[in-house]
Design a protein around this ligand. Structure first.
Ligand code: ACO
Length: 352
């Protein structure tokens, strides 16, 4: 059995900064409200007609591949985590493979649909493939181009002020015996009870049968598609929906629990952590987790102030920045943790 390590990392955020003040102009919100409730000052939005989720992912991936000291042609498997894919299908994994020009080797490409915890789920999948010796250079990408599909009217303000665009990537390789770097464990959880409380429901093949008391404008004629209906368009249903308070309440329970699970399985405690990189969902959630675990300020990384919530990209962007800023060095104990739609949540403990 092999052990795996993160051998290369990189991130990319679009150039265009969108401060809260800019959102004030298009919806009934305020810089004060956004900062107080979420900690976010600004986010990045990709360039329409030039950038999309795959392109952002490819920009981060090229940096991770270079950081690992390999060529794109050395990659033997791709895992792509996103909730804002370019297409409903096929997934971004194959689009990234094409974008990076590595189609001739016909490597596998897998898409992970676990939203905010997508990067942790992807890391766990990649970790297992490396451990069994099946692959040697796995490219794992978390990328989002949220700005393509948010409701930028007052109706959608509780969701749209939170999200931003960006991408992060890592290359996983077998750990060597002479270096300390290794993934110590990954821990995954889910509870679908509240699946619709943080969800992008339509378009889809749900057919309205999950107990939703909503008129989606379905046609009984079975030869007509009900994937997207005119009513969905007219009533603005083609947007994400979030029960913010339920998400907040559940997140502040699950984050500490899954972090402690990772630490306890490794015989460690919070004070052993060099840094915790939580999914950047909301600064208030991270602060709550910090207090609950008794962590010092320097033990918790936050960059949501600059980027908003970039869902599957938030952990690899934060990890990449923490590394670039010299906040983590080889061998340091690092915990990654995420919670989000599903609900799904998870953690990973590693020696950087
Ligand atoms: N600007 C101004 N007012 C707003 C905005 C906004 N952007 N959004 C909502 N409001 C209003 C509401 O309409 C409401 O007004 P009312 O009292 O007149 O009805 C008031 O603010 C309070 O609304 P709440 O939803 O109760 O506000 P809350 O204090 O819960 O904050 C928030 C909302 C920030 C979304 C919070 O619930 C939260 O952070 N939840 C966690 C969700 C989270 O972190 N999600 C991240 C996504 S999870 C993942 O990563 C996919």
């Amino acid at each position: 059995m092999y052990r795996s390590k993160i051998a290369g990392i990189g991130h990319y955020v679009p150039e265009r900064k969108v401060p809260n003040k800019e959102l004030e102009k298009i919806m009934d919100t305020s810089d004060e409200w956004i900062v107080e409730r979420t900690g976010i000052n600004e986010r990045r939005f990709g360039k329409r007609h030039e950038e999309n989720t795959t392109i952002l992912g490819a920009k981060a991936a090229r940096k991770a591949i270079a950081d690992a000291g390999i060529d794109a042609s050395d990659i033997d498997f791709i895992v792509f985590a996103t909730l804002s894919p370019d297409y409903f299908f096929p997934g971004c994994g194959v689009l990234l493979q094409r974008e990076l020009g590595i189609t001739s080797t016909e490597i596998g490409a897998l898409d992970v649909r676990n939203q905010c915890s997508g990067f942790i789920y992807g890391l766990s999948v990649a970790d297992q493939f490396i451990k069994t010796g099946h692959y040697k250079n796995i490219l794992l990408v978390g990328a989002e181009m949220h700005s393509m599909g948010l409701d930028f009217t007052t109706r959608g303000r509780n969701v749209s002020v939170i999200f931003g665009d960006g991408a992060g990537a890592v290359v996983l390789q077998p750990a060597s015996d002479v270096e300390p770097s290794e993934i110590l464990g990954t821990y995954l959880h889910a509870d679908g009870t509240h699946a619709e409380e943080l969800a992008f429901i339509s378009p889809g093949s749900h057919g309205g049968v999950h107990g939703q008391e909503v008129d989606f404008g379905f046609d009984d004629d079975m030869w007509k598609s009900i994937f997207v209906t005119q009513k969905m368009l007219d009533d603005g249903m083609l947007y994400p929906h979030m029960n913010g308070q339920l998400v907040f309440k559940t997140a502040v329970q699950k984050f500490p629990a899954v972090i402690m699970e990772a630490l306890e399985k490794a015989g460690k405690s919070p004070e052993d952590l060099k840094i915790l990189i939580p999914h950047q969902a909301n600064l208030r959630i991270s602060q709550f987790v910090q207090r609950r675990l008794g962590l010092k300020d320097e033990q918790v990384y936050s960059n949501i102030q600059k980027y908003g919530n970039t869902t599957a990209a938030s952990i690899p962007i934060a990890l990449s920045e923490a590394y670039q800023e010299g906040r983590i060095k080889r061998g340091d104990l690092v915990c990654l943790a995420a919670f989000g739609s599903g609900f799904t949540w998870g953690s990973a403990l590693l020696n950087w």
